[in-house]
Design a protein around this ligand. Structure first.
Ligand SMILES: Cc1cc2nc3c(=O)[nH]c(=O)nc-3n(C[C@H](O)[C@H](O)[C@H](O)COP(=O)(O)OP(=O)(O)OC[C@H]3O[C@@H](n4cnc5c(N)ncnc54)[C@H](O)[C@@H]3O)c2cc1C
Ligand SMILES: *[C@@H]1O[C@H](CO)[C@@H](O)[C@H](O)[C@H]1NC(C)=O
Length: 408
């Protein structure tokens, strides 16, 4: 009997990883991607122990990931008259011993290409230049349609099509993404002298503004400057050349210390994008179609959990699919209902809490006014100086999602 065909919409970060797991469990996944080819756009992602643990369940993949293990958290105030260290913590250097994995900075297009190649090496078909626009459910199958008129049919469909998911619109109707009120301006630059031999995840706090930076390979640092601003679209395209030059020379971080000025001056390209999330959905599926990753729970980036939560989704999705459909034969709608509803019962509360947490972290980072900032910086200091307040949330973040042994 031919293996059960599954259509995945979207070959971003989640799509190829889900495809590989489905293949390993005996299904026949086909991935349809809107872009004509793998994108070179985007800056960086921070893979954390919970996400890396899922990646490592795929034989031979983690070894291929090019990135930089981070070994500290550094937080500085960059305000004139109040410059200096708020916190230096070596916690990230202990994560590998505690949870088996560290935090790893990666360049998004480099990581993306590694995932795509690994999926192709598993024989998974990726069809580029196909934007899903319709979903027709039948008793034992789903037919999807694309803007170019093409159609295809499979046993079930998983929408991994990101923030502007059409799969989500097909299931639950159109609704605008929520603009968080914050933009990021960012780039990738050579490692500044300031970093020397250390590899910290660094936060710089200004007045109503914030910069984060971390290494994404042995010689490159990705940075992003956050502020409150009028809405900017999420396109990941470079800013106009003269606007980039203005930002390098006279932008708000051109006077900042702790490596910031150098990073901005030497960036290859500077990108600006708005930060968006969406309200919680009551369900992530209808019939034979389910959502996963940003399509289900897009988040602002301030907890660095976007990609990691997509990997947790995949872990549970696959675990539950194997549990309810051990033969990998074409599942009935009842079997899929059991898989999808258990999946969303586990995943919706967890991802909603993190989406809200990221919103709050973002707002805290762009506080304005001397008193508010001082209070915030004191709270950060207190929090980080008390071992007991940091250990437990990290333990929960990194270990809570997994059921017994992490095998699936
Ligand atoms: C070009 C790009 C650059 C990014 N850069 C960063 C970054 O620098 N930092 C960061 O924190 N996050 C970035 N993100 C978002 C980040 O990848 C996700 O938040 C996270 O990794 C979850 O992955 P995902 O697969 O759910 O979504 P995504 O990685 O966004 O992948 C969704 C994929 O679906 C495709 N797609 C969309 N609509 C359709 C459709 N109708 N039919 C078929 N395919 C469709 C998209 O082209 C994309 O490839 C970027 C996303 C994109 C698309
Ligand atoms: C780090 O990134 C730079 C720029 O993309 C690249 O030239 C260099 O080869 C990379 N290093 C590794 C080890 O991949």
């Amino acid at each position: 009997m031919a293996p059960t065909k599954v259509i995945i919409a979207g070959c971003g970060i989640a799509g190829p990883v889900l495809g590989i797991f489905l293949r390993l469990k005996g299904y026949d996944p086909v991935i349809y991607e809107r872009s004509a080819e793998p994108t070179t756009l985007g800056l960086s992602l921070c893979l954390q122990p919970n996400g890396l643990r899922v990646i490592n369940l795929i034989p031979g993949l983690l070894e291929k990931v090019i990135g930089q293990d981070l070994d500290a958290f550094a937080m500085y105030s960059v305000l004139p008259g109040d410059e200096g260290t708020i916190v230096w913590s070596d916690l990230p250097s202990t994560l590998r011993d505690l949870y088996g994995y560290s935090m790893k900075g990666v360049r998004r297009p480099v990581f993306h290409r590694t995932l795509v190649e690994h999926a192709q090496n598993h024989g998974i078909k990726i069809v580029w230049g196909h934007q899903l626009v319709s979903v027709d459910q039948h008793a034992d199958s789903v037919q999807v349609g694309f803007t170019n008129g093409a159609k295809d049919t499979a046993s079930f469909v998983v929408g991994c099509d990101g923030l502007h998911s059409n799969t989500r619109i097909c299931l639950f109707g159109e609704e605008n993404a929520d603009y968080t009120g914050l933009t990021q301006t960012g780039g990738v630059s050579p490692k500044p002298d300031f970093l020397k031999a250390r590899h910290p995840m660094t936060d710089l706090f200004g007045d109503g503004s914030h910069m984060i930076y971390y290494q994404v390979n042995d010689s490159q640092v990705s940075w992003a400057f956050t502020r409150k601003e009028a809405e900017a679209k999420e396109t990941w395209r470079h800013m106009d050349e003269h606007v980039q030059q203005e930002f390098r020379e006279h932008g708000p971080c051109s006077t900042w210390g702790f490596g910031a000025k150098e990073l901005v001056e030497t960036a290859e390209h500077i990108v600006k994008y708005g930060l968006y999330d969406r309200p919680e959905l009551k369900a992530w599926h209808k019939g034979r179609v389910a959502l996963l990753g940003d399509a289900a729970h897009p988040t602002s980036p301030h907890l660095g959990q976007g990609a990691n939560q997509a990997f947790e989704d995949i872990y549970h999705f696959i675990r539950l699919l194997v549990k309810h459909n051990p033969s990998a034969a074409g599942p009935s709608t009842d079997v899929l209902q059991a898989v999808f509803s258990e999946y969303e019962t586990i995943r919706i509360p967890r991802t909603s809490a993190l989406v809200q947490g990221a919103r709050k972290r973002g707002d805290d980072r762009v506080l304005q006014g001397a008193e508010e900032r001082k209070k915030r910086n004191e709270l950060i200091k207190e929090h980080w100086n008390d071992e007991s307040t940091i250990a437990e949330p990290y333990r929960q973040l990194f270990t809570q999602p997994f059921v017994g042994e992490s095998e699936i």
